[in-house]
Design a protein around this ligand. Structure first.
Ligand SMILES: C[S@@+](CC[C@H](N)C(=O)[O-])C[C@H]1O[C@@H](n2cnc3c(N)ncnc32)[C@H](O)[C@@H]1O
Length: 233
Protein backbone atom coordinates (compact mmCIF):
# COMPACT_ATOMS: atom_id res chain seq x y z
CA UNK A 1 0.00 0.00 0.00
CA UNK A 2 1.35 3.39 -0.97
CA UNK A 3 1.72 5.90 1.71
CA UNK A 4 1.07 9.37 0.36
CA UNK A 5 2.24 12.48 2.31
CA UNK A 6 -0.47 14.46 3.97
CA UNK A 7 -1.84 16.95 1.54
CA UNK A 8 -0.51 20.51 2.09
CA UNK A 9 -2.90 23.33 2.06
CA UNK A 10 -2.35 25.70 -0.84
CA UNK A 11 -3.86 28.73 0.91
CA UNK A 12 -1.54 31.81 0.83
CA UNK A 13 0.43 32.58 4.01
CA UNK A 14 -1.14 35.45 5.91
CA UNK A 15 0.86 38.64 5.28
CA UNK A 16 2.90 39.48 8.35
CA UNK A 17 3.00 43.11 9.38
CA UNK A 18 6.30 44.58 8.24
CA UNK A 19 7.51 44.95 11.80
CA UNK A 20 11.04 45.60 10.75
CA UNK A 21 9.90 48.43 8.55
CA UNK A 22 7.84 50.00 11.33
CA UNK A 23 10.78 49.60 13.69
CA UNK A 24 13.19 51.26 11.30
CA UNK A 25 10.75 54.09 10.60
CA UNK A 26 10.25 54.69 14.33
CA UNK A 27 13.98 54.78 14.96
CA UNK A 28 14.51 57.29 12.13
CA UNK A 29 11.58 59.39 13.39
CA UNK A 30 12.85 59.41 16.95
CA UNK A 31 16.38 60.26 15.87
CA UNK A 32 15.09 63.15 13.75
CA UNK A 33 12.96 64.45 16.61
CA UNK A 34 15.79 64.02 19.04
CA UNK A 35 18.23 65.88 16.83
CA UNK A 36 15.90 68.88 16.40
CA UNK A 37 17.09 70.74 19.47
CA UNK A 38 20.73 69.79 19.04
CA UNK A 39 21.45 70.08 15.33
CA UNK A 40 18.54 71.34 13.26
CA UNK A 41 17.43 74.31 15.36
CA UNK A 42 20.99 75.60 15.91
CA UNK A 43 21.58 75.38 12.16
CA UNK A 44 18.38 77.28 11.40
CA UNK A 45 19.22 79.96 13.95
CA UNK A 46 22.39 80.75 12.05
CA UNK A 47 24.31 82.25 14.98
CA UNK A 48 24.35 79.09 17.05
CA UNK A 49 26.72 76.17 17.37
CA UNK A 50 25.52 72.60 17.14
CA UNK A 51 25.79 70.57 20.31
CA UNK A 52 28.81 68.40 20.96
CA UNK A 53 30.28 67.97 24.37
CA UNK A 54 33.85 68.06 25.59
CA UNK A 55 34.58 64.44 26.60
CA UNK A 56 34.10 63.98 30.37
CA UNK A 57 37.63 62.69 30.86
CA UNK A 58 39.03 66.00 29.62
CA UNK A 59 37.61 68.09 32.44
CA UNK A 60 40.25 66.69 34.75
CA UNK A 61 42.87 67.81 32.21
CA UNK A 62 41.45 71.33 32.03
CA UNK A 63 40.90 71.94 35.71
CA UNK A 64 43.64 69.91 37.36
CA UNK A 65 46.46 70.25 34.84
CA UNK A 66 46.03 73.03 32.27
CA UNK A 67 44.58 75.80 34.43
CA UNK A 68 46.91 75.29 37.44
CA UNK A 69 49.88 75.52 35.05
CA UNK A 70 48.93 79.07 34.07
CA UNK A 71 47.02 80.41 37.03
CA UNK A 72 48.90 83.12 38.91
CA UNK A 73 49.63 82.28 42.56
CA UNK A 74 46.88 83.44 44.86
CA UNK A 75 47.00 84.56 48.43
CA UNK A 76 45.04 82.60 51.01
CA UNK A 77 41.70 84.26 51.55
CA UNK A 78 41.50 85.68 48.01
CA UNK A 79 37.97 85.78 46.63
CA UNK A 80 36.99 82.72 44.54
CA UNK A 81 37.97 82.70 40.89
CA UNK A 82 35.22 83.23 38.35
CA UNK A 83 34.61 80.85 35.45
CA UNK A 84 32.29 81.03 32.46
CA UNK A 85 31.42 78.47 29.78
CA UNK A 86 30.09 80.20 26.66
CA UNK A 87 27.49 77.73 25.37
CA UNK A 88 27.36 75.44 28.39
CA UNK A 89 25.43 72.56 26.81
CA UNK A 90 24.68 70.03 29.56
CA UNK A 91 26.54 72.17 32.09
CA UNK A 92 29.31 69.69 32.75
CA UNK A 93 32.08 72.31 32.75
CA UNK A 94 30.05 74.51 35.09
CA UNK A 95 29.63 71.57 37.47
CA UNK A 96 33.35 70.77 37.34
CA UNK A 97 34.29 74.40 37.96
CA UNK A 98 31.87 74.74 40.88
CA UNK A 99 33.18 71.53 42.43
CA UNK A 100 36.66 73.08 42.39
CA UNK A 101 35.57 76.25 44.12
CA UNK A 102 35.02 78.61 41.18
CA UNK A 103 32.04 80.89 40.95
CA UNK A 104 30.77 79.24 37.78
CA UNK A 105 28.52 80.69 35.09
CA UNK A 106 27.16 79.03 31.98
CA UNK A 107 25.14 80.54 29.18
CA UNK A 108 23.10 78.40 26.83
CA UNK A 109 20.84 79.32 23.93
CA UNK A 110 19.22 75.95 23.35
CA UNK A 111 16.18 75.57 25.66
CA UNK A 112 16.31 71.77 25.72
CA UNK A 113 19.97 71.77 26.68
CA UNK A 114 19.33 74.52 29.20
CA UNK A 115 16.70 72.40 30.95
CA UNK A 116 18.91 69.31 30.79
CA UNK A 117 21.77 71.29 32.30
CA UNK A 118 19.56 72.22 35.26
CA UNK A 119 18.83 68.51 35.82
CA UNK A 120 22.54 67.81 35.48
CA UNK A 121 23.60 70.32 38.14
CA UNK A 122 20.88 69.00 40.48
CA UNK A 123 22.13 65.46 39.83
CA UNK A 124 25.50 66.63 41.15
CA UNK A 125 23.90 67.98 44.30
CA UNK A 126 24.15 71.66 43.32
CA UNK A 127 21.03 73.42 44.49
CA UNK A 128 20.65 75.79 41.57
CA UNK A 129 19.20 78.48 41.70
CA UNK A 130 19.78 78.66 45.45
CA UNK A 131 23.52 78.00 45.17
CA UNK A 132 25.08 81.45 44.70
CA UNK A 133 28.26 80.02 43.18
CA UNK A 134 26.47 78.65 40.13
CA UNK A 135 24.71 80.74 37.54
CA UNK A 136 22.98 79.18 34.55
CA UNK A 137 21.84 81.80 32.08
CA UNK A 138 19.36 81.00 29.34
CA UNK A 139 20.27 83.25 26.44
CA UNK A 140 22.58 84.29 23.69
CA UNK A 141 26.23 84.57 24.61
CA UNK A 142 26.74 87.32 22.04
CA UNK A 143 23.95 89.56 23.24
CA UNK A 144 23.55 89.15 26.97
CA UNK A 145 25.79 90.81 29.45
CA UNK A 146 27.88 87.85 30.51
CA UNK A 147 30.12 89.99 32.71
CA UNK A 148 33.05 88.78 30.62
CA UNK A 149 35.14 91.51 32.18
CA UNK A 150 34.82 89.86 35.62
CA UNK A 151 35.76 86.31 34.58
CA UNK A 152 39.12 84.74 35.43
CA UNK A 153 38.61 81.77 33.14
CA UNK A 154 36.60 81.77 29.91
CA UNK A 155 35.88 78.43 28.23
CA UNK A 156 34.37 77.88 24.82
CA UNK A 157 33.93 74.88 22.58
CA UNK A 158 32.94 76.75 19.46
CA UNK A 159 33.51 76.58 15.75
CA UNK A 160 36.22 78.22 13.66
CA UNK A 161 33.83 80.69 12.01
CA UNK A 162 33.17 82.32 15.41
CA UNK A 163 36.79 82.71 16.44
CA UNK A 164 37.36 86.19 14.98
CA UNK A 165 34.21 87.44 16.65
CA UNK A 166 35.24 85.86 19.93
CA UNK A 167 38.73 87.35 19.71
CA UNK A 168 37.30 90.82 19.23
CA UNK A 169 35.01 90.40 22.15
CA UNK A 170 37.83 89.17 24.37
CA UNK A 171 40.06 92.07 23.35
CA UNK A 172 37.46 94.61 24.25
CA UNK A 173 35.84 93.02 27.30
CA UNK A 174 37.97 90.42 29.05
CA UNK A 175 39.95 91.47 32.11
CA UNK A 176 43.73 91.63 32.42
CA UNK A 177 45.28 88.19 33.10
CA UNK A 178 42.07 86.28 32.33
CA UNK A 179 42.72 82.83 30.91
CA UNK A 180 40.82 81.70 27.83
CA UNK A 181 40.54 77.99 27.10
CA UNK A 182 39.20 76.86 23.75
CA UNK A 183 38.52 73.28 22.80
CA UNK A 184 39.31 72.07 19.28
CA UNK A 185 39.37 75.52 17.65
CA UNK A 186 41.90 78.31 17.96
CA UNK A 187 41.58 82.05 17.90
CA UNK A 188 42.90 83.60 14.72
CA UNK A 189 45.42 85.97 16.28
CA UNK A 190 46.78 87.18 12.95
CA UNK A 191 43.56 88.93 12.12
CA UNK A 192 43.25 92.18 13.97
CA UNK A 193 40.10 93.24 12.25
CA UNK A 194 38.78 96.01 14.44
CA UNK A 195 35.12 96.43 13.68
CA UNK A 196 33.95 99.84 14.67
CA UNK A 197 30.64 101.54 15.10
CA UNK A 198 27.60 99.34 14.55
CA UNK A 199 29.59 96.13 14.09
CA UNK A 200 31.46 96.43 17.37
CA UNK A 201 28.37 97.61 19.19
CA UNK A 202 26.61 94.49 17.97
CA UNK A 203 29.38 92.25 19.32
CA UNK A 204 30.20 93.99 22.57
CA UNK A 205 27.53 96.55 23.27
CA UNK A 206 30.30 99.19 23.26
CA UNK A 207 31.25 101.81 20.75
CA UNK A 208 34.84 100.83 19.99
CA UNK A 209 36.50 103.62 21.91
CA UNK A 210 37.69 101.22 24.66
CA UNK A 211 41.29 100.21 24.92
CA UNK A 212 41.80 96.83 23.27
CA UNK A 213 43.84 94.09 24.94
CA UNK A 214 46.44 91.71 23.59
CA UNK A 215 45.74 87.99 23.50
CA UNK A 216 48.81 85.83 24.08
CA UNK A 217 48.79 82.14 23.29
CA UNK A 218 50.22 80.10 26.18
CA UNK A 219 49.95 76.55 24.92
CA UNK A 220 48.14 74.11 22.68
CA UNK A 221 47.73 70.78 24.44
CA UNK A 222 47.68 67.34 22.90
CA UNK A 223 44.10 67.03 24.17
CA UNK A 224 42.97 69.79 21.84
CA UNK A 225 42.88 72.75 24.20
CA UNK A 226 44.30 76.14 23.25
CA UNK A 227 45.08 78.38 26.18
CA UNK A 228 45.42 82.16 25.98
CA UNK A 229 46.05 85.00 28.39
CA UNK A 230 44.55 88.44 28.07
CA UNK A 231 47.03 91.27 28.50
CA UNK A 232 45.71 94.76 28.91
CA UNK A 233 48.17 97.37 27.68
C1 LIG B 1 29.91 72.53 20.89
S1 LIG B 1 28.69 72.73 22.14
C2 LIG B 1 29.65 72.78 23.62
C3 LIG B 1 28.85 72.43 24.87
C4 LIG B 1 29.63 72.45 26.19
N1 LIG B 1 30.35 73.70 26.36
C5 LIG B 1 30.60 71.30 26.26
O1 LIG B 1 31.74 71.51 25.93
O2 LIG B 1 30.22 70.20 26.59
C6 LIG B 1 28.25 74.43 21.87
C7 LIG B 1 27.07 74.85 22.73
O3 LIG B 1 26.87 76.25 22.55
C8 LIG B 1 25.49 76.52 22.52
N2 LIG B 1 25.33 77.78 21.79
C9 LIG B 1 25.46 77.98 20.47
N3 LIG B 1 25.31 79.27 20.14
C10 LIG B 1 25.05 79.92 21.30
C11 LIG B 1 24.81 81.27 21.62
N4 LIG B 1 24.79 82.23 20.67
N5 LIG B 1 24.60 81.60 22.91
C12 LIG B 1 24.62 80.65 23.88
N6 LIG B 1 24.85 79.33 23.63
C13 LIG B 1 25.07 78.97 22.36
C14 LIG B 1 24.92 75.30 21.78
O4 LIG B 1 23.55 75.15 22.02
C15 LIG B 1 25.76 74.19 22.37
O5 LIG B 1 25.20 73.67 23.53
Amino acid sequence: MECSPPSQSKSPRPTEPPLLLYGAASVVGLLTLGSLPFLVIPMLRGNALPYMNIPMSKYKTIFDEVLPRHMPRRRAGSPPLRFIDLGHGMGEAVVNAAQRGYVATGVELNPTLYLLSICNVWRHGILWPLEPRVRLVYGNMWRKDMELGRQDVILMFGVQSLMTRLAERLRSEAQHDALVVLYRFKLDLRSRASPTGAALREITGRDGSDEQAEIKILEVTEDGFSVYRIKKK
